[in-house]
Design a protein around this ligand. Structure first.
Ligand code: G3P
Length: 217
């Protein structure tokens, strides 16, 4: 499973990248707002840190304007993935931009039929939003499973990018289903390493080691 970091915080991206945990980055207008940075400037900086796909989202709502914004974003770096919303205009822009050889991430996907359309429009990635479905008492993992089945049934190469991940359980469940990629905030990725029994076991080992009076170095 590829790990993308869902943030525009360049320091957090750098730290995780140094650990080899970053296969790509996803951003959106809310994350750009949170960063307080200029979109073109911060996206360029992210592309300089990470070699994998970096999603930068258009903000136009009409296809021709989305295409123009997508082309401009794609000029930032080779690894830019143009992020488009799952609307008919977004799908139209997806068809054009993917036809130009640009990577496209179709976002705000909440149904398997939407994912089917994105694949037919040539999307490189489809982003189903797990947490936001859970927020309205639906099971976001059912959507990941349905898309996996449909894509496998027909051999679509669009990668399932599990998004709106809020917990370590989301990561595990998406991995078990076979999502190709997950994108999560840095704090969720950091939490993947923690377990209370690891902490407890380490504490016991340290206490016993101190009693031996030995040193390794
Ligand atoms: O990748 C999409 C993600 O940023 C949305 O997450 O937590 O705002 O639903 P959230």
């Amino acid at each position: 499973m590829k790990f993308f970091v869902d943030t525009a915080d360049t320091q957090a991206i750098s730290e995780l990248n140094d650990l080899g945990m970053v296969d790509g980055v996803t951003t959106n207008p809310s994350l750009i707002l949170k960063s307080g940075r200029d979109i073109l400037e911060v996206t360029k900086e992210i592309c300089d840190i990470v070699t994998g796909p970096v999603s930068a989202e258009v903000v136009a709502l009409e296809a021709d304007a989305m295409i123009a914004e997508g082309r401009k974003l794609a000029e930032i770096a080779e690894n830019i993935t143009v992020k488009l919303p799952l609307t008919w205009d977004g799908l139209k822009a997806c068809k054009v931009l993917s036809g130009e050889g640009k990577m496209v991430n179709v976002t705000l996907c909440f149904s398997a039929n939407q994912a089917l359309l994105a694949a037919k429009a040539g999307a490189s990635f489809i982003s189903p939003f797990i947490g936001r479905l859970d927020d309205i008492n639906l099971d976001g993992m059912d959507l990941i499973q349905d898309i996996r089945t449909i894509y496998d049934n027909y051999g679509f190469e669009t990668e399932i990018l599990a998004a709106s991940i809020r917990s370590v359980n989301h990561v595990q469940e998406a991995a078990l289903i076979g999502a190709d990629v997950m994108t999560a905030p840095p704090e969720v990725i950091r939490k993947l390493a923690t377990h209370p029994l690891t902490d407890k076991g380490l504490e016991q080992f340290m206490a016993d080691w101190a009693k031996t009076g030995q040193n390794i170095l």
